[in-house]
Design a protein. Structure first.
Length: 309
């Protein structure tokens, strides 16, 4: 039951490799650079590729593979440097994923898991109206649009096949060595300067990287017994506020958050001036997720307590 993992050297990939080796699954891992210093002992075949797109040769990587976990992708770029980021997102996140699926089905694999994003559904939720598996997609960023286009293309292709296809839509994934916006938020708030974030009482649902790895392992074990397909949101069971995240993060390092409250109107205008509308959404708006259907279908619940709750 060899499992192919793309994007294995990333934040999620490293945790997933460790988790699957602990249950003795043989792995083929695909990375863009040959760095095996972090890989635990186990049955691991390493494949390096130069790029992830429609021209990638998957023949060696797919040898003797039963299941594919596609974590590879172009993530949010804080300071974009290329002329056409939209095309870059589509080339990797959509075209690359579709090419991998087509190559994999030719070899007779049994299951394909695509890691998508909650951004496919939007960037915020109204009070008491979390995203769920019935929510209407509303992607707005080039990243989210590319993920949604990949979902649609894979589902269309899968209608012609007998293999299982699972698409997961996680919210912000956190854990040790978190990347992206969460890392920047914690770095900012750990500075000994007062920040006007105490009064933020929003609700955001997160996902621990260890819990995501556990959920993917559960899917793989289910596939060994019977086929299963579907598109699911997946998250922690509880939501937290931005101020709760900051205070708890400081508590874990025996520090103290220097937070104070100001008028929401003034705070909104200040954040817009510093980082624009996107920063306001990330820090002040709700983004809640209801993963009840995934919990029920796979008899799974998060096992690791949220580190910053």
């Amino acid at each position: 039951m060899r499992v192919l993992i793309t994007g294995a050297n990333g934040f999620v990939g490293r945790h997933l490799v460790k988790s699957l080796l602990e249950i003795n699954l043989p792995l083929t891992i695909v990375m863009r650079r040959n760095d095996n210093s972090w890989i635990p002992n186990g049955d691991v075949k390493i494949i390096t590729i130069e790029d992830f797109n429609s021209k990638t040769d998957w023949s060696k990587a797919l040898e003797n593979v039963f299941y594919v976990i596609n974590l590879a992708g172009r993530a949010h770029i804080f300071k974009e440097t290329i002329k056409d980021p939209t095309q870059a997102f589509m080339s990797t996140n959509c075209t690359g994923a579709v090419a991998l699926y087509k190559a994999a089905r030719k070899t007779g694999i049994k299951g394909f898991l695509q890691l998508s994003s909650i951004g496919v559904l939007g960037t915020k939720t109204p009070d008491n109206s979390p995203f769920n598996d019935s929510s209407i997609p509303n992607p707005t960023s080039p990243y989210a649009i590319s993920k949604y286009e990949a979902e649609k293309a894979l589902i269309t292709l899968n209608k012609q096949d007998n293999l299982s296809l699972i698409i997961l839509r996680p919210p912000l994934i956190i854990g040790a060595n978190s990347k992206g916006n969460f890392k920047r938020l914690l770095k900012l708030t750990r500075k000994p300067i007062p920040l006007p974030l105490m009064g933020i009482k929003n609700k955001r649902t997160l996902l621990c990287v260890e819990n995501l790895a556990s959920a993917i392992a559960t899917i793989l074990l289910r596939w060994r017994i019977k086929p299963a397909s579907g598109t699911y949101v997946i998250s922690e069971a509880e939501s937290v506020s931005t101020s709760d995240i900051i205070k708890s993060a400081h508590k874990k390092i025996n520090g103290k958050a220097f937070l104070f409250s100001i008028s929401p109107i003034i705070l909104t205008q200040t954040l817009k001036f510093i980082g624009g509308e996107k920063l306001v959404e990330q820090l002040m708006c709700n983004l809640e997720v209801d993963s009840t259907r995934f919990y029920s279908d796979f008899n799974w619940r998060p096992q690791i307590n949220l580190p910053y709750s």
